[in-house]
Ligand binder design. Structure first.
Ligand SMILES: [Fe+2]
Length: 167
């Protein structure tokens, strides 16, 4: 039998993927905040936790626009990125390189999300889902701003601290 799936199906699948991912990130961010050594790092992770809560709500609005129940679909990519972050927390615990490592994990998360939102926005436009576009764009903007902030944290302090040798 011919596979009749179309862009609508891809859009819904990908929406479920990012919905699952955001929920995993919501759980991971407080752990990262606890692990971070610098106050700026802690504050940054907690602020993005709050933003993520809002992003999840926007995604729920997109499900509503589609007339579909808000349901996640296991995203192995985000599970892998988060697992790598946990590995860094474990292996670099109490080391000068911990925050640089945490920031790098968080940036991997942000870039995954940026890729997903970019695609979803293009598909929403193609599908004529006018009301979904600004919701997805709002999430994309927050991810991009977070990514920039993480770069600043890394460059301003974490990378320098990470390169110092412990006597
Ligand atoms: Fe997010």
């Amino acid at each position: 039998m011919a596979n009749t799936k179309t862009l609508d199906d891809l859009f819904l699948d990908t929406l479920k993927d990012i919905y699952f991912a955001e929920k995993q990130i919501l759980k991971a961010l407080p752990k990262m905040a606890r692990a971070a050594q610098s106050e700026e790092g802690k504050a940054g992770f907690l602020q993005h936790r709050d933003e993520t809560q809002g992003q999840i709500e926007r995604l729920e609005q997109v499900f509503e626009i589609l007339g579909k129940p808000a349901r996640g679909k296991t995203c192995e990519a985000i599970q892998g990125i988060i697992a790598e972050g946990e590995e860094i927390m474990e292996e670099f615990k109490a080391s000068p390189a911990l925050d640089a490592g945490l920031i790098s994990s968080a940036q991997a998360v942000e870039h995954y999300e940026i890729a997903r939102y970019g695609t979803l926005i293009a598909w929403a436009n193609q599908l004529g889902l006018q009301d979904a576009v600004p919701l997805l764009q709002a999430n994309l903007k927050e991810e991009e701003a977070t990514d920039k902030k993480l770069t600043q944290l890394a460059v301003a302090a974490a990378n320098t601290k990470a390169s110092s040798k412990v006597a």
